[in-house]
Design a protein around this ligand. Structure first.
Ligand code: SF4
Ligand code: SF4
Ligand code: SF4
Length: 275
């Protein structure tokens, strides 16, 4: 990354978030959006700034700042269910508020631009899983990705059943579903990480949000590409990738291409600056 681009990238990133913050603040007449997107923009810009300074913790700083904010402030303090059940709930009620906006920006339309950046820099589930010791997968990938579709259908069926049964006070149920859901995600995620010796096993096989993330990130503008004139085929990048992506293949159909979380581990570890 040349120094001029490095200097401006955090500022430009912050200004893009700021533009979204002001637009939503004015459109929804709610100052929460100004605070929310300004905070997230500052956290992402800080991460990019640290990356340009070659800090080894750049990604983790952003991930903890955004993940904790979402989990503790939005989820536990404000009582907003930001998990997929919350998205279905607000969608069914026709409310275009925090959870639906969050999904639209981070998980449905945003991935057309920044791929699965959410998974690398913001998700509060992965924020915890990334503390575990299996940062590089130690076993071949399993063929059990179908579980994500079952989890996706189950989340939709759960919320649809609440509506069809005309259950009262769904808002309260959603709050408790957020707590129970997160405890379940952490428990399953940690158990799978140890079983498969892979911190990201939950992301690869179970997480229902990938049903949105994978197809949208296929078209992502931001992608890891290889400069083959520099590459010496040492294979370090593929060995270090937590998501088993074949980043040496530039095509969109590359192996596990929609699994890339833009963590930049391959970029950092390439001895020839070829990525
Ligand atoms: S795949 Fe799911 S659990 Fe993993 S980082 Fe992405 S959103 Fe979070
Ligand atoms: S680490 Fe760099 S040089 Fe080695 S195979 Fe990957 S891109 Fe090529
Ligand atoms: S190591 Fe590279 S290819 Fe693999 S997930 Fe991270 S950024 Fe994507």
């Amino acid at each position: 990354m040349n120094s001029l681009r490095s200097r401006w990238l955090p500022i430009v990133t912050f200004l893009v978030f700021e533009a979204v913050a002001v637009a939503l603040w004015l459109a929804k007449d709610n100052i929460f959006y100004l605070f929310n997107f300004s905070y997230i923009g500052a956290a992402v810009a800080l991460g990019i700034f640290l990356f340009t300074k070659k800090s080894p913790h750049a990604r983790r700083v952003t991930q903890l700042l955004v993940g904790l904010y979402m989990l503790v402030y939005l989820g536990l303090i404000c009582g907003e269910n930001m998990q997929i059940e919350g998205f279905w709930y607000y969608l069914f009620t026709g409310v275009f508020e925090a959870a639906t906006i969050h999904y639209a920006v981070a998980k449905i339309f945003g991935p057309l631009v920044f791929g699965r950046g959410w998974c690398g820099y913001a998700c509060w589930t992965a924020m915890v899983l990334d503390f575990l010791p299996f940062k590089v997968p130690q076993e071949p990938r399993k063929k059990i990705g179908w579980i994500r579709y079952v989890a996706f259908a189950a989340s939709l069926a759960f919320v649809a059943a609440l509506f069809l049964a005309h259950v009262g006070n769904i808002e309260r149920i959603m709050f408790w579903a957020f707590i129970v859901g997160n405890v379940a995600y952490y428990a399953i995620g940690i158990a799978m990480a140890y079983a498969f010796k892979d911190n990201r096993a939950f992301c690869k096989y179970v997480c229902p949000i990938t049903v949105f993330l994978k197809p949208m990130s296929y078209f992502s503008l931001v992608r890891i590409k290889c400069d083959h004139s520099k590459c010496v085929s040492c294979g370090k990048c593929r060995k270090i990738c937590p998501m088993n992506v074949d980043m040496l293949d530039d095509s969109r159909k590359r192996e596990n291409g929609t699994e890339c979380i833009l963590c930049l581990e391959c970029v950092k570890n390439c001895p020839k600056d070829a990525l």
